[in-house]
Design a protein around this ligand. Sequence first.
Ligand SMILES: *Cc1c(COP(=O)(O)O)cnc(C)c1O
Length: 450
Amino acid sequence: MARLLKKVIEDCKIYTLFLDHGEWFTISFMDYDDFHLTKEGARALDREDALRSFRREFCFPSSCEAYFAGHSLGLRPRQTEEFVGEELEAWAKMGVKGHFAPKSHWFSYHESAAPPLARLVGAKEREVVAMNSLTVNLHLMLVSFYRPTRKRYKILIENNSFPSDKYAVDSQARFHGFDPKEAIIELKADRGITVSWESMMETMDEHGDSLALVMLGNCNYLSGQCFDMEKMASRAKSCGAFVGFNLAHGAGNLKLDLHKWGVDFAVWCSYKYLNSGPGGIAGAFIHENHHTDPHIPRFEGWWGSDKKTRFAMGPNFSPSAGAEAWQLSNPAIFQLAALRSSLDLFDRAGMEKIAIKRDRLTLYLEALLQKLCPGRYEIMTPPWKEGGQMRGGMLCLRFREGAQKIEKKLSDEGIIVDFRPPDIIRIAMAPLYNNHEDVFQLVEALSGPT
Ligand SMILES: *Cc1c(COP(=O)(O)O)cnc(C)c1O
């Protein structure tokens, strides 16, 4: 039995800390008093929310009461219309001259996304670039960082990896003449659908000598589990492998420090937590250690060439400095404009505050579920843990029965969540536009008859 050690109340965060098998973990639901677990209480918590004004910056779909699918497609920021509209206008008025017109300047337009992206993922500006779409970027990174030899040819991925990631690594292994059944190693779930650190380390020990690359989705798209990226990076390095992350569910959700953690590469999409719109432009991080390393190969295109000579149209590729050298094509300006609009909001709010609110909302969800519908579901996502990122803003609930019907009922009531057959419902908190009252509405609907 876990041992109650202390209760901490600080800055409206209410924690009860337990010690279990030498590890801290936190239970908070016991700490919300009865008032907090009412609609009025939810509203009171929202009044203390430092980010409450950001909700007004988003468009909510008509007849939507509460939106918890930000991990799938984030809501549209209102100002995106203005950001994209400016470029449409520039195109209409200037045609080809828009490439070098002082205001639009599409020639260097992608550069304006680098500073906010760098702040978002904890990188140097020259280590990040907005380009392509996610799976394309993953393949481009695999070209650079998966160069198998007869001895070192394996890629370690998560269990329940997102299908596109699995297809990408399988096809890369085959491309290099390896059988994916031998080359692709999946972590083994040993806690429901999540993986313990011990089990991860066992797998690393077992395959370390033949491991070329560790490539994990963080958070895992299904379970919501987060991996300790810094520890993982150093463990992968110690066995001589590269380490990369797919941050489709991490960018805009987790506090990241990619440069400091020594991650070799990362890729992400921007239409989930980053609200850049369906099919929005993706991002990539390449650690500066690799920028000028002649042993790191790269697929090349004209937009990766040095901008000083790009329009000289010469036959030889001279790379741009930094991550920009991985660009292939001139980027989609309207998508970049939409991304800039969203990044502007992230910059104004700051990941620090976003992460605190994210944790409050997930803990509040747990507290309410426990009170209003105990016993009907199991939370598959690891518990929140002080100081450790074991999860982000998404909780994965496995329902004992009727998950599909429950999702339908919620949807009929204007509450948008995400159903994964056969029994999983994923609920994501986007701290810029979700609040406690949303969570209350969700759980109230969940607690009623299906
Ligand atoms: C959403 C998601 C994708 C989607 O890939 P696209 O190339 O953007 O279509 C890939 N991988 C993971 C882990 C995802 O969560």
